[in-house]
Design a protein around this ligand. Structure first.
Ligand SMILES: Cc1ncc(COP(=O)(O)O)c(C=O)c1O
Length: 383
């Protein structure tokens, strides 16, 4: 078999439901700050057992707003895993805090609790715990350590929509959870994000800050607002809102969430069955108490380092199979190199993970034939 079209690493799944809700939204004339956003937030909150859910324009916006809501700023340090998407660290830097990296566990790619312990100083105020590729991080020891040191815990659950840690949905295990609806994620709204929290005070802060800092009508106008009443703006806010057009797609996607997750899991388990005997690679490791969305199915090349990894990716590309490295070792990116001058050899697990990982195509709607083809071409490339 040869592929007719290039097989991409991901593909969102839409159908008539999204179109119906989009039409309903456009027909209503409410394209922002309307009922679709409310409905999407409610669906998301219920699914994640969150008291509060605030939709925003991206997960980056969610993380930025989380930092602001917690009052983090100059002089503060925020611990971030060294192997993740760059925004987890950038958001600490946006508010003037310092992103302090900690290495990850080589089997799970998630924050290593011993490395987190070593990164704590008298200036540490918060930790961003990333559920990377959709695998829930080892939350209990992280939460214990954070409690001992009075640290805020922000969960970067960009890839982890609908997953659990010890049966509990991620996103409300820490103080704030941040989700992404970028098209590479489990569900998509084109671009989009959301903040979950158990705290009413934090939810209100995020709500105000995402909407220009508007803090609602002044007390004297609340019971019977006159036509000239205008909102107070007691905070310096931003426009980081999600539109109702995006939320309409999100509502339809939420109805599919469980099916999308099941399909992802089936394909992931099938990959692992087909690949696990190959001694040249490691398939994703999932601790028994951790949920995994398989937003990305990431393998590690165990022999031949980056050179072999790159050769394999080139060979797969030649057979029209798209792959990507897992993600970045963020401390090696230009901004962080220039600012913090990390010596070579820092955060070795993150560095090796960037150099030796491959994300394979996996998305709801792919076929077993396509998956078999990827496995065949991968095996040929390994030899
Ligand atoms: C772990 C992680 N955090 C944050 C983000 C940022 O999400 P967004 O593109 O919605 O800003 C991503 C996106 O790739 C991600 O993978």
């Amino acid at each position: 078999m040869e592929l007719k079209d290039r097989l991409s690493i991901t593909k969102p799944k839409f159908d008539a439901h999204e179109l119906k809700l989009l039409k309903q939204c456009l027909d209503s004339g409410w394209t922002t700050q309307g009922p679709m956003v409310k409905q999407f937030e409610n669906l998301f909150a219920v699914r994640h057992h969150a008291e509060h859910a605030v939709a925003v324009s991206s997960c980056t916006a969610a993380l930025h707003l989380a930092m602001l809501a917690l009052g983090l700023g100059p002089g503060d340090e925020v611990i971030v895993p060294a192997f993740t998407w760059v925004t987890s660290a950038n958001c600490a830097e946006y508010v003037g805090a310092r992103a302090v990296f900690a290495d990850v566990n080589p089997r799970t790619f998630n924050l290593d609790v011993e490395a987190m312990k070593r990164a704590i100083t008298s200036k540490t105020r918060a930790v961003v715990v990333v559920h990377l590729f959709g695998l829930s991080a080892e939350m209990d020891p992280i939460l214990d350590l954070a409690r001992q040191h009075h640290l805020f815990v922000i969960e970067d659950a960009a890839c982890a929509i609908g997953t659990t840690y010890r049966e509990k949905p991620v996103g409300t295990l820490g103080h704030l959870g941040c989700f992404s609806f970028h098209p590479r994620k489990v569900i998509t709204t084109g671009e989009g994000g959301l903040v979950t929290t158990r705290s009413e005070a934090l939810a209100s802060k995020v709500q105000y800050l995402k909407n220009h800092g508007a803090t609602g009508l002044p007390e004297k106008f609340r019971s019977n607002p006159p036509p000239y009443a205008m909102a107070a703006f007691d905070l310096l806010g931003y426009n980081l809102r999600m539109s109702d057009i995006q939320a309409a797609v999100g509502v339809a996607q939420m109805a599919k969430l469980d099916d999308l997750l099941s399909e992802r899991k089936l394909f992931a388990l099938r990959y692992s069955q087909l690949l696990q005997r190959l001694e040249e690679i490691a398939v994703p490791f999932v601790p028994e108490h951790c949920g995994h969305t398989f937003q990305s199915y990431v393998i590690r090349i165990l022999k031949g380092g980056m050179k072999k990894r790159n050769e394999i990716m080139e060979q797969l590309e030649a057979h029209k199979i798209q792959t990507r490295p897992g993600t970045h070792a963020v401390h090696r990116l230009g901004y962080y190199v220039d600012k913090y001058h990390y010596p070579p050899g820092q955060f070795p697990v993150a560095a090796a993970s960037e150099d030796t990982t491959i994300t394979l195509p996996l998305f709801p709607g792919m076929t077993e034939e396509e998956q078999d083809y990827v496995v065949l071409k991968l095996k040929q490339a390994l030899r």
